[in-house]
Ligand binder design. Structure first.
Ligand code: ZN
Length: 334
């Protein structure tokens, strides 16, 4: 303990405590009666308070005679070494002790890694309100409803700054890999289809890297690649719907629109990636620009409506593509 700050020392019996420990700036409470140690940070808090909120803490921090806390002491307090990161423990303590903490506030955008930590430690310590809040935020980003998916631009890769908007999570597309891992680990199938769909946008290298880094199993990789291939087929089917159409019954200029539809097909062939990754992008995002001047308003509306029907069909098949049944999931079933 040569480098320990003044006032922190562990007795000879600690054994497992790290040799360098510093007090938490926020959670070293004078009247605390238990010291938690996570990585190299110590937290002096209240045993019964933690036990009241978490059955797992209740077990871990049970009295020494049960053998769980052991004999380690810091400043005369029983000390428990935890395997969690200091950041994770800080999240738990802040959520439990601070009335003005940020985690439950719907108007505050949290970084993805914070939400992932809330889910992980909430599940581990059975602090339901922490894990439930993380799941609530994830479900907004990875929705189960077609209508909510229509505004699918939650990712910071695309997020357009709008001061009035506060996305639930500051998340980038590539972090969907971790979302799939967490949803699989903690059995949250509702967010898997949209999360896999997002992963299907990533490069093969990124997906294989998830397996190499042991974030994904081979089975997850197979699910994603199989889904990618089905999405490609669906995308083609959606485009076919557009070009099998006759002009609208209310068409104002049939010859012009027939020619316009051929032009439209050419333009689409040039611009569409056909990777399948645009299969769920609403027609409202691209059709108007693409068809401007080529077809009349009535034909444009008919095409878009047919395309949206086909897109909804793709959405309805998304669960099947990525191994989630039943799908679509109704709110009641969540
Ligand atoms: Zn027309």
């Amino acid at each position: 303990m040569t480098d320990a700050p003044p006032g922190i020392s562990s007795n000879d019996k600690t054994g497992t405590l790290p040799t360098e420990i510093s007090r938490s700036g926020d959670f070293w409470l004078d009247d605390g009666n238990i010291v938690l140690v996570a990585e190299h940070t110590s937290y002096k808090v209240h045993r019964s308070f933690l036990a009241r909120h978490s059955p797992v803490f209740k077990d871990i921090l049970s009295l020494p005679q049960t053998g769980n806390v052991g004999e380690a002491q810091i400043e005369g307090c029983p000390a428990a070494q935890l395997s969690d990161s200091a950041d994770d423990i800080h999240i738990i303590l802040s959520m439990l002790y601070d009335s003005d903490h940020q985690y439950m506030s719907p108007s505050i955008t949290l970084p993805f890694e914070t939400v992932a930590a809330m889910l992980t430690v909430g599940m581990k310590y059975q602090i339901d309100k922490l894990s439930q809040e993380a799941i609530r935020r994830l479900k907004i980003c990875f929705p189960t409803e077609f209508a909510k998916f229509a505004d699918y631009n939650v990712f910071m890769n695309y997020y357009e700054c709008d001061e009035s908007a506060s996305p639930p999570i500051e998340i980038f597309e590539e972090e969907a890999i971790e979302v799939v891992r967490l949803a699989s680990m903690f059995d949250i199938p509702a967010i898997l289809p949209a999360a896999y769909y997002t992963c299907a946008h990533l490069s093969v290298e990124e997906l294989f890297s998830a397996v190499n880094k042991q974030r994904w199993t081979m089975s997850m990789l197979q699910t994603c690649i199989k889904g990618q291939s089905e999405l490609r087929q669906r995308d083609l089917a959606q485009l076919n719907v557009l070009f099998r159409r006759e002009v609208s019954l209310s068409c104002s200029s049939e010859n012009h629109c027939r020619g316009g539809m051929v032009e439209l097909l050419k333009k689409l062939q040039e611009t569409r990636s056909l990777s399948g990754m645009e299969a769920l992008v609403p027609a409202s995002r691209w059709f108007e620009d693409l068809s401007a001047g080529l077809v009349c308003n009535a034909c444009a509306a008919t095409c878009m409506s047919a395309y949206e029907d086909a897109r909804r069909e793709t959405w309805n098949g998304l669960g099947g593509m990525f191994g989630v049944h039943p799908w679509p999931i109704t709110e009641k079933a969540l």
